[in-house]
Ligand binder design. Structure first.
Ligand SMILES: [Zn+2]
Length: 126
């Protein structure tokens, strides 16, 4: 499942960073999810909750940020936010808002990154 492998990768990344920084607790994690990844946010959040159990992530707040699709049109050179039609939940149609063509370069919208992690460190390091 798409969401499960993503959730596992996110949890591993966050725990790895926390460990390297001697974190005693993870307060907050912000994750950027591009619209084109087609990841279901609800499902991803649920899986993150499950995978966080008994880890430093257990009590942290997980924020998921949606990254809209940005394109560069190869037809009319338009650069910016694309027109997206995701009424069909299995496919997002990306179009140039200026000329309506589909011949585009995708600049943004494929992200699945851990953007920020807020941690609590032990007093010994302070
Ligand atoms: Zn165009």
């Amino acid at each position: 499942m798409h969401e499960l492998s993503m959730a596992e990768a996110i949890v591993n990344t966050v725990l790895d960073v926390a460990k390297k920084n001697n974190a005693t607790e993870i307060m907050e994690v912000t994750i950027e999810i591009g619209q084109l990844t087609m990841l279901n946010h609800e499902q991803l959040k649920f899986l993150l909750d499950v995978l966080s159990e008994d880890t430093l992530l257990e009590k942290s707040e997980i924020i998921i940020e949606d990254v809209p699709v940005e394109i560069k049109c190869k037809n009319c050179e338009f650069t910016g936010l694309a027109n997206t039609d995701n009424s069909d939940h299995y496919l997002i149609i990306v179009l140039c808002p200026q000329c309506g063509k589909k011949d585009l370069e995708i600049l943004k919208g494929r992200e699945c990154n851990v953007k920020t992690i807020k941690i609590e460190k032990s007093d010994e390091d302070a």
